[in-house]
Structures are given as structure tokens and as C-alpha cells.
Design a protein around this ligand. Structure first.
Ligand code: FAD
Length: 290
């Protein structure tokens, strides 16, 4: 439980962090809240020789509205997501997810960026950012680029981010007024990761579903976007039969690993139930049928 030797650097700005990250001697890692990286280092699953602390970079914090989008700094903590008036009004799904992460200590230090960029398929934010149509803004030696969350996750602990890149912002198209959203997560106890969870974002045209996105957490090597559910429901009303079909389609889309939280059959079953609940909650919030 003792990490390997490393040199600690505190970056005061994005340019300094980029310079430190692009050094050629040994492996480098960015330190955000440390709640995932430090346990990995103690277990020697990660052995960076240079640790670059980005906690002092103010430009990486904050939540604002810009050109019809929400722009969130990756160093924004879960507690800050929970306290944001802007998110409570315009995107209550994000505080709803933050509320279900870890415990107060984790939420006080752990950041949106750290959770989303670690690449752990058990983390809650990745599937939610895919459901919200988020994009990561990355800066590296070759300049700045954007990468959609849908497609960013390539495998367990493997993302589209290059080693020399820092995520400087997370951009989320503003969910339409009157949209509904829900994150339904089954966990064994407070502070645990999901056995299975479903995120749903939808908006209605009268009683019919205009747009819907449905994603799953911890049910495969990456977050899963369930296109079959989206195709099944788009343009339709949400009755009991369709909710049941959607649950079955979500269960069929899973590829879970067996662990202490259950076997594959149980997790697929829970995925179906979380999907049904998320759809009902999101539709009720959007003013549709329960
Ligand atoms: P760190 O651990 O510092 O970093 C994580 C990774 O992200 C590192 O590889 C780092 O280099 C990279 N990174 C961070 N910022 C950037 C950036 N700007 N650009 C590029 N790369 C970056 N998570 C859940 O989702 N759900 C849970 O229920 C949950 N329960 C938990 C319970 C406990 C007891 C603990 C200890 C953790 C739990 N977590 C849970 C994980 C927690 O949310 C972590 O805080 C999170 O996964 C990592 O965020 P961090 O800020 O601590 O990042």
C-alpha cells in the first residue's frame, strides 16, 4: 500500500501543466482530487514518476452558461455540482448524480473531470455525460480539440485522451426547457459503486417522446448507449408495454463482468429495472405519463 517513488509538481496554470506533462523522462499523471489515482498508485497499478497537481489552476474550475451550452471546469468538485443554482435550474441530472457518488469526503475532493477521465466503467459521470451529449475540450502539444463523450471511452481505463493532453472544459448542450432526466442506480450500500445504473434524458412533444437518450453504468467495459431503446421510443408515447420492452432491450445490451456485486444474469436483470425506473422518472419530470 505504499506508492512507488515520484516527483511532485504543483502547476499554477494550464500552460505550466502542459509543459510539465510533455517532459520525456518517465511516466506523468495529473492529480485532481486524488480519490482514484492515489489508490491506484498505492496498489502500484499506476506508477507515475512525475505527479502534476492541477488543484491550483483556477481556470479549470467553475460552472457557467456560454452560447447556449453549459461549460464546466473539470476541477469542479461533486460538492460544487450539488450546490450549483445554475445546474439545479437547467441540468438537475448532474447534481442528482453527484448526490449518489461516494460519501461527503469523496464529494468534497473528487472532481467531475477526475471521475469522467479515469476511464473506470463503474464511475457514474461517464454514462451521464454520454446521455447529455457532452464534449470534452482537450489541450495538448498539437493545440486544442474536442471529443464527444459518446465515443470517448475505448475500454476499461482507456479513453480518447492522449497522454500529453489536459481536459480544460466539459461542454454540455443546454437541455431544453421542460426536459426530463433521471439517474437510477442500485448499489449495495452507501459509498459503493453501482451494481447497475441507467441514465435517461428525454423531452416530449405533447405525449410523444421527441428525443431520448438512454445509457448504462458498470454493465460493460465502457458506458453503454442503448440505441435500441432510443429507436424503440422516439416518436412514441410511453406506455407500460413500451417501458417493459425498453427494459428488456437495455438488459440485452449489457455485457457485465461477474464480481462481488453479482453474476451477469443478475446485473442484466437490474439494468432492465433501472432502465424502467429511469424512463418513468424522466417522463414524469417532463410532464408525461408515469
Ligand atoms: P483523480 O483521482 O485525481 O484522477 C483520476 C484520473 O483522472 C487520473 O488519471 C487523472 O490524471 C485524470 N485527470 C483528472 N483531471 C484531469 C484533467 N483535467 N485532464 C486530464 N486528466 C485528468 N465514483 C463514482 O462515480 N461513483 C461512486 O459511487 C464512487 N464512490 C467512491 C467511493 C470511495 C470510497 C472512493 C474513494 C471513490 C469513489 N468514487 C466513486 C470515485 C470518485 O468519484 C473519484 O473522486 C473519481 O473517480 C476521481 O476524481 P478525482 O478528482 O479524485 O481524480
Amino acid at each position: 500500500m505504499i506508492p512507488g517513488r515520484f516527483e511532485y509538481h504543483r502547476a499554477n496554470g494550464i500552460d505550466e501543466a502542459l509543459r510539465l506533462l510533455s517532459g520525456s523522462d518517465g511516466e506523468r499523471a495529473l492529480l485532481a482530487g486524488g480519490h482514484s489515482l492515489l489508490p491506484m498508485m498505492k496498489l502500484r497499478f499506476a506508477e507515475p514518476t512525475h505527479l502534476i497537481d492541477i488543484n491550483g489552476i483556477e481556470a479549470l474550475r467553475g460552472i457557467r452558461e456560454e452560447h447556449g451550452e453549459l461549460v464546466i471546469g473539470p476541477m469542479t468538485t461533486e460538492a460544487e455540482l450539488l450546490a450549483s443554482d445554475l445546474l439545479a435550474r437547467r441540468c438537475p441530472l448532474l447534481p442528482e448524480v453527484a448526490r449518489q457518488i461516494g460519501d461527503p469526503q469523496v464529494r468534497n475532493r473528487g472532481t467531475l473531470g477526475g471521475d469522467a477521465l479515469h476511464g473506470d466503467p463503474a464511475n457514474d459521470h461517464p454514462a451521464v455525460l454520454v446521455a447529455l451529449g457532452a464534449r470534452f475540450v482537450l489541450r495538448g502539444r498539437k493545440g486544442e480539440r474536442e471529443s464527444p463523450a459518446d465515443g470517448f471511452y475505448l475500454g476499461p481505463y482507456l479513453t480518447d485522451r492522449a497522454d500529453d493532453e489536459i481536459v480544460t472544459a466539459i461542454r454540455i448542450p443546454m437541455p431544453p426547457e421542460g426536459h426530463g432526466a433521471a439517474y437510477c442506480k442500485l448499489k449495495r450500500k452507501t459509498g459503493d459503486w453501482a451494481t447497475a445504473a441507467a441514465a435517461c434524458v428525454l423531452d416530449l412533444d405533447g405525449e410523444r417522446i421527441r428525443h431520448v437518450r438512454l445509457t448504462l453504468t458498470n454493465l460493460g467495459p465502457t458506458p453503454i448507449r442503448v440505441h435500441d431503446v432510443e429507436d424503440l421510443l422516439t416518436g412514441e408515447t410511453l406506455d407500460d408495454g413500451r417501458i417493459e420492452q425498453a427494459g428488456q432491450a437495455a438488459a440485452a445490451a449489457t455485457d457485465p463482468a461477474e464480481d462481488l456485486r453479482g453474476n451477469a444474469e443478475y446485473k442484466a436483470h437490474v439494468a432492465g429495472e433501472m432502465t424502467r425506473r429511469a424512463l418513468r422518472q424522466a417522463a414524469a419530470q417532463a410532464g408525461g405519463k408515469r
